[in-house]
Design a protein around this ligand. Structure first.
Ligand code: BGC
Length: 717
C-alpha cells in the first residue's frame, strides 16, 4: 500500500509528509488559555491541502480537556482524510514525558531521574503502559519519549529528563518503558509509538549549558552514549529525534555518519528520523555550517533527517522543493524518507477506518484511580534517603513539626518541566487535589502538629529570624530546598551549588540545635556540602511527580521504608564531577572518587547483609556466559526492598577500563530475617568494550565481580 501511495504522490505531497508544524500555526489567534484555541479552518486547510503537511505537534501551550482534544484532532483528521487528494492521515506527536503532559487531570509520574532512582524496572513498564492509555485517551498516537541521553553532566538543565549517569541503567529503563508504551504492537488502540531522543551525545555539553557543543571521540560515543539507542531500536522503537546540539563541530542534524551510516546502516533502523524543533533552520542561523536556509535543508535531508519539526512556518516545504528541482537533494532520498514515514503511519494503523480519529471509548482511561495508585507506588520507591543520623527518621506522628523552605508548598517543584505547560511553572493550573509536601505532612499528622513559614524563596531569605523561632518551638524542622521548575535552556546555571539563600536558611536552622531534616526537590544534584554535616537527615526526591508530596510524607513518617538509590553521583563540590565508572588514573594521592553520596547509594530503615558471592566458573572461554549468585539477608526489624547491584571490572585492557561498571541489578523484597539468593548471568556483551579500532571487542584476561562489599574474580581465556 505504501509503495502504491508513493507512486501516486506528487513531489509536493511527498515533501508535505516530511513536514511537521506546530498546532498554533493552525489554531485561532486568541489570547488566553489553550482551551480557547480552536482550529482555524482556513489555516488548517492551508497546511494540509496547500502544503500537504503530514504531522503536527504541540509546541508550548497549556493543558486541554479530553473533549477539546477530541474536537481538534477530529477536525484535523477530517481535513487530512476526507478532503486531501490522497487521504493520508495526519500524525500528531506530543511530549508526554512523564504522562499525558498537555491534558488536564492526567496522571503525571516521577520524572526520569526519579523513576531511575527506584531501580525498579516494573515501574518503568507500568508508566509506559499508563502513559499510552492516557495519551491515547486524547487521540494522540505518538510520544516524543523516552529520553535516552546518558546524564553525566549534572549542570545540564535536561539532566532530570535522563535515567542517570550509567549507560546500562539508562538502557534498561528505556527498553522497559518502551515495552510498556508500545507492547508488541504500537498500533494497538491502547498503545502508542515512542520516539528516542536525542540521538546522540546531546547530554554531554562541556559547558553544562543546554544546546552547546560536546567534544567526544567515536569510542566514547559508542561506549557510553550509543548503547541505550541500540537497545531501544532492537526493542522496536519506530522514530528517532536528533541531537539539537553538535559533537566535535558537527551539528547533529548535519551528521551523515551518525544518522545514515550508523543509525540507518549499522543499527538497521527502519523507522524515520525527525529533527528537533527548528534545528534544520539552525544549521544556517546558528551553526553556520550552511550558508543559506536552502543549503541547511539540503544538508539535513542528505544527512538522513526524514521529517523536519519546522514548526512555525512552511518554509521547509518551499525550500526542499527548490532543493530537489535543483538537484541538491536526490529524489531517491525523498522517496526513502516518505516511505519510512508512511510505513510508520501504516503500522500505527492510521490508514484503517476510523483508527486515526480519537476513540471515545478510550476517554475513561484518563486518570483512572488505579493509575493514581501506580503513580504513588512509583513515587514511594523513588524517594532516596541519603542521611539518617541516629535514626531520627522515621518521625513519630506525635512530633511537633515546623515545615519551611521554598519547595515546601508548591506542586511545580515536585514535577518540573513538561507538566501541564512546557516550563511546568504554571502553579495556578496545577490540580487542586494533589498535595504539596506541607499539605501531605499536615494530612498525615494533623494540622495542629504542624507550623510553617516560607523561610526563603529560591534565591532570597524571607524572615529567617521568624523561621528560627518557629524551629526552636518545634521538635523537628523539615526544610524543603531545591529548584524551581524549568525546561531546556531556561534551566541553565553557572554554579552547581544550591542558592546561597537556601543554604543560609538551613544553616540558621541547624544553629538552633534542634534536629533539621532536609528535603531536596531538584532536577539535578545541587551541591549542599556546607549543610550536610549539621543536618540530621537528608531526603532526596529529585522530581517525584504529582504524588511526590504524599510519598515524601510516607517516607518521613515511616509508612514507606525507603528503597531508592542514586542513579548518579551526588557531587560534594561544584567541580568534583567524577562519575562512578571513572578510570583508574582518576584515583591517586591527589584526587579520588569522593562525591557527597556515591552512585547506587541510598539508606533504608532496615539493614541488609550480603554473603556467598559465587561465580559459577573460575575460567570461561570466549563467547561464554558467566553465572553469578549472592545471598542477601534482611538483618533489621522491618520489611524492605533492596537493590542488589552487580558491578564488573575488566582488570586489564588495551583501552583503559573503568574501575567498575554496573552490569546487573535486581530489586527484591525481604521480610525481617528473610534471605534470598539472587543470581545474574553475565554475557560476552557485558564483558566487551569499544577497542582501539572503535569496534566492540572482548579481550581475554581477568575480571572482578563486585556485589556489596564482596568480590570474586574469574579468568576469560
Ligand atoms: C526539545 C525536544 C522536544 C521538542 C518538541 C524541543 O525543544 O528539545 O525534546 O521533543 O522540543 O516539543
Amino acid at each position: 500500500m505504501v509503495q502504491n501511495l508513493i507512486e501516486r504522490m506528487s513531489l509536493e505531497e511527498k515533501i508535505g509528509q516530511m513536514t511537521q508544524v506546530t498546532m498554533s500555526l493552525v489554531s485561532t489567534d486568541v489570547v488566553g488559555p489553550a482551551e480557547d484555541h480552536g482550529i482555524d479552518r482556513a489555516k488548517l486547510e492551508r497546511a494540509i491541502l496547500t502544503y500537504h503537511v503530514g504531522s503536527i505537534l504541540n509546541e508550548g501551550g497549556d493543558g486541554y480537556s479530553l473533549a477539546h482534544w477530541h474536537e481538534v484532532l477530529s477536525e484535523i483528521q477530517d481535513v487530512a482524510i476526507k478532503e486531501s487528494r490522497l487521504k493520508i492521515p495526519l500524525l500528531y506527536g506530543i511530549d508526554a514525558i512523564h504522562g499525558a503532559t498537555y491534558t488536564n487531570g492526567a496522571t503525571l509520574f516521577p520524572q526520569a531521574i526519579s523513576l531511575a532512582s527506584s531501580w525498579n524496572l516494573d515501574l518503568a513498564e507500568r508508566e509506559g503502559e499508563i502513559t499510552a492509555l492516557e495519551v491515547r485517551a486524547t487521540g494522540i498516537p505518538w510520544n516524543f519519549y523516552p529520553v535516552l541521553d546518558v546524564g553525566r553532566q549534572p549542570l545540564w538543565p535536561r539532566f532530570w529528563e535522563t535515567f542517570g549517569e550509567d549507560p546500562y541503567l539508562v538502557t534498561e529503563f528505556g527498553a522497559k518503558y518502551i515495552q510498556g508504551l508500545q507492547g508488541n504492537d504500537y498500533g494497538a488502540p491502547d498503545k502508542m509509538a515512542s520516539c528516542l531522543k536525542h540521538y546522540v551525545g546531546y547530554s554531554a555539553p562541556s559547558s553544562g549549558f543546554d544546546r552547546t557543543p560536546a567534544y567526544m571521540s567515536e569510542r566514547t560515543l559508542r561506549e557510553i552514549y550509543l548503547p541505550p539507542f541500540e537497545a531501544a531500536i532492537k526493542a522496536g522503537s519506530p522514530t528517532v529525534m536528533v541531537n539539537s546540539s553538535e559533537i566535535d563541530g558537527i551539528p547533529g542534524h548535519a551528521n551523515y555518519h551518525l544518522l545514515t551510516e550508523v543509525l540507518k546502516g549499522e543499527l538497521q533502523f527502519k523507522g524515520f528520523v525527525i529533527s528537533d524543533c527548528k534545528d534544520v533552520k539552525r544549521l544556517y542561523t546558528r551553526d553556520r555550517v550552511a550558508a543559506s536556509p536552502k543549503e541547511a535543508v539540503a544538508l539535513a535531508i542528505n544527512a538522513g533527517v526524514d521529517m523536519s519539526m519546522v514548526p512555525n512556518d512552511f518554509s521547509f516545504c518551499d525550500l526542499l522543493l527548490q532543493c530537489v528541482k535543483e538537484g541538491l537533494v536526490p529524489m531517491a532520498r525523498i522517496d526513502d524518507a516518505v516511505r519510512r514515514i508512511l510505513q510508520v503511519k501504516a503500522r500505527m494503523g492510521l490508514f484503517e477506518p476510523n483508527h486515526a480519529y480519537p476513540d471515545p471509548l478510550m476517554k475513561p482511561m484518563l486518570a483512572k484511580k488505579e493509575h493514581t495508585g501506580a503513580n504513588l507506588a512509583a513515587a514511594q520507591e523513588s524517594i532516596i534517603l541519603l542521611k539518617n543520623d541516629k535514626n531520627i527518621l522515621p518521625l513519630a506522628r506525635t512530633s511537633r513539626v515546623f515545615v519551611t523552605g521554598p519547595t515546601s508548598a508548591m506542586l511545580s517543584v515536585l514535577n518540573g518541566g513538561w507538566t501541564i505547560t512546557w516550563q511546568g511553572t504554571a502553579e495556578a493550573l496545577y490540580p487542586k487535589d494533589k498535595l504539596t509536601v506541607l499539605e501531605a505532612i499536615k494530612a498525615k499528622i494533623g494540622d495542629a502538629q504542624v507550623t510553617s513559614l516560607p523561610g526563603a524563596t529560591f534565591n532570597a531569605p524571607v524572615d529567617v529570624a521568624a523561621a528560627v523561632t518557629a524551629a526552636k518551638n518545634a521538635d523537628v524542622t523539615i526544610v524543603c530546598l531545591g529548584e524551581k521548575a524549568y525546561c531546556e535552556t531556561r534551566g541553565n546555571i553557572t554554579d552547581l551549588t544550591l542558592d546561597a539563600a537556601q543554604l543560609y536558611l538551613a544553616a540558621e536552622l541547624i544553629k538552633t540545635g534542634k534536629p533539621v531534616i532536609v528535603v531536596l526537590l531538584e532536577g539535578r544534584p545541587r551541591v549542599i556540602q556546607p549543610i550536610v554535616a549539621g543536618t540530621s537527615a537528608i531526603v532526596l526526591g529529585f522530581l517525584p511527580g504529582m504524588e511526590g508530596g504524599r510519598a515524601i510524607a510516607d517516607v518521613l513518617f515511616g509508612d514507606v521504608n525507603p528503597s531508592a538509590k542514586l542513579p548518579c553521583s551526588y557531587p560534594k563540590t561544584p567541580n568534583g564531577l567524577m562519575t562512578y565508572d571513572h578510570k583508574p588514573l582518576e584515583e591517586n594521592e591527589e584526587n579520588s572518587y569522593d562525591p557527597q553520596f556515591p552512585f547506587g547509594f541510598g539508606l533504608s530503615y532496615t539493614t541488609y547483609s550480603y554473603s556467598d558471592l559465587r561465580v559459577a566458573h573460575e575460567v570461561i572461554g570466549e563467547g561464554e556466559n558467566q553465572e553469578v549468585s549472592v545471598t542477601v539477608k534482611n538483618t533489621g526489624g522491618l520489611a524492605g526492598k533492596e537493590v542488589v547491584q552487580l558491578y564488573l571490572q575488566d582488570e586489564y585492557g588495551s583501552v583503559s577500563r573503568p574501575v567498575r561498571q554496573l552490569k546487573g541489578f535486581r530489586k527484591i523484597r525481604l521480610e525481617p530475617g528473610e534471605s534470598q539468593e539472587v543470581s545474574f548471568v553475565l554475557t560476552p556483551n557485558d564483558m566487551s568494550f569499544i577497542g582501539l579500532k572503535n569496534t566492540r571487542i572482548v579481550e581475554p584476561g581477568t575480571f572482578k565481580v563486585m556485589i556489596g562489599q564482596l568480590e570474586r574474580g574469574f579468568l576469560l581465556k
